[in-house]
Structures are given as C-alpha cells and as structure tokens.
Ligand binder design. Sequence first.
Ligand SMILES: Nc1ncnc2c1ncn2[C@@H]1O[C@H](COP(=O)(O)OP(=O)(O)OP(=O)(O)O)[C@@H](O)[C@H]1O
Length: 264
Amino acid sequence: MTVVVEGVSKVFPGKGSDEVTALSDIDLTVGDGEFVSLIGPSGCGKSTLLRLIADLDSPTGGTLTVFDKTPRQARLDQDYGIAFQQAGLLPWRSVRANVELPLQLHKVAGRKERVNELLEMVGLSDFADRYPDELSGGMQQRVAIARAFAEKPKLLLMDEPFGALDEMTRERMQGELVRLASESGAAVIFVTHSIPEAVFLSDRVVVMSPRPGRIREILSVDLGRGVDRGEGLREDTSFFERVSAVREALHGGAPTGVRGVETR
Ligand SMILES: Nc1ncnc2c1ncn2[C@@H]1O[C@H](COP(=O)(O)OP(=O)(O)OP(=O)(O)O)[C@@H](O)[C@H]1O
C-alpha cells in the first residue's frame, strides 16, 4: 500500500474550549498507482490530512504509513513529490534551476534533458531562463508541478495545484497529470474544490464533511484510467453521472440509482 491512514484525528489547541477538531477518525488507504481526490467544503480538513501524510504536521491520534514507513521516514527518504497551492519556488533561481533543484540535490545524471522535457510538459519551455516573479501565478504553479514530477516519484501529494490556472490550461494540465501519473505508475492524492476535476482525474473521490472533519463517503469513479481517458470523457453521460453522484454525496444525500458508482 502506498498510504495507510488508520483512525487518525487532529485537534488544534485553541484558547480554553476553542480547540478545533480538524480531523476525526479518518481511515483511508491509497493503493499503488491509485489516483485519489479529496473534496469537501472549506475547513473540512483536506489540507490537514495531506499535511499529515507529508509529515508537515503530526496527528493527535491514530497512525499513518507511507510506503510502509512512518511519514517522517518517507519524508527523509524523499519518497514523494509535493505540489501545493503556494508554488513555493525559490525566487533567486530561474525556472530551469527551480525544476532542476531536486535532481541536483540527488546528483541525478541527464538533468538538462529531463528539465527540458518537464518544461515542455507544462508548456514553459520559452520561460526557462525567467525568474518566478516574472511569471503569473498559474505559470508559477506549473513550475512547481514540473518540479514535483522531476524525480518520477511513486507518490504525488497535490493541494489544489490547478487553483490559479485559467480553465483551458487547467483542463490541459489535468490531461497531462492523468497521463503522467498513469505512465509512471505514480499514486496521487489530490485536494480540489472542483467536482468535475475530481471525477476526471480520480479512481476514487473521498468526500469529506466539516466540524469535525470526517470522511462522509468514498466513491469509485470507475471510468478507465490515463490514456484510456480522452478529452471526450468530459462530455460523456457517464462523466455527468459521476459528477452528480459526488455532488449528492457532498450535499449529504445518498447517491441512489447512479449506475456504476459504488459508495463505500
Ligand atoms: N495550524 C492550525 N492551527 C489551528 N487551526 C488550524 C490550523 N490548520 C488548520 N486549522 C483548522 O482546521 C480546520 C481544517 O483546516 P484545513 O485547512 O485542513 O481545511 P481544508 O478542508 O483544506 O479547507 P480549504 O478548502 O478552505 O482549504 C479548519 O477549521 C482550520 O481553521
């Protein structure tokens, strides 16, 4: 298993009785090469869950493993790539140098070619020698995505990575992400606010509810993966059925009678 989350809770201390239970009793497993999206209203704990997996914070209760290791060990071993909402680029390094950074740290050979390939993938070949503050927010995010992919990780943790992109670029990046993840066999845990985005990308969509943050439902999308999914999928009836099922789950109704959508 790539990620196993068992009985995890996270309480942030507040003043007196103001503590916030960000997550309560979360159980989730993510298989090798599986694409799982987390969706739910603001404040339901999506980012917190991702941060616990990435060892950027620790749980108050329960256990997590990443590739059968503690999150700390997986972080130290750099077992995954991260692309979060804030691009987190180094302002003094060019676009090329930002993408190259993880490869340089690990003294990977053939870096120049790999960086060129990555920049092409995110459509930024012409901006390789620019600096982050010369780019739009969406372009900065694309640099961060290229960097997350640099080492072909077997797990990618992504927190609304496409939030700042225009709709056309966003759809193109979604297609690229599905293709890359499927080709490299990487598992992805992907936080989003967009129902169609979650359905397009995922094998399973985890619907969360707030106060306290819990998993309300996990829906299998089951529309085929990666290269099998052309852009035409977005206009397919089965796609709309899944979108409706996720919407109903978000609003608390049981998605009854929706063909092909499992709820568990
Ligand atoms: N460092 C912190 N200290 C105190 N409370 C926090 C902290 N981080 C998150 N929280 C609280 O935990 C809850 C879950 O936050 P989280 O950011 O995980 O939600 P989210 O689902 O990612 O929200 P959004 O969709 O708005 O990004 C919120 O109520 C938030 O205020």
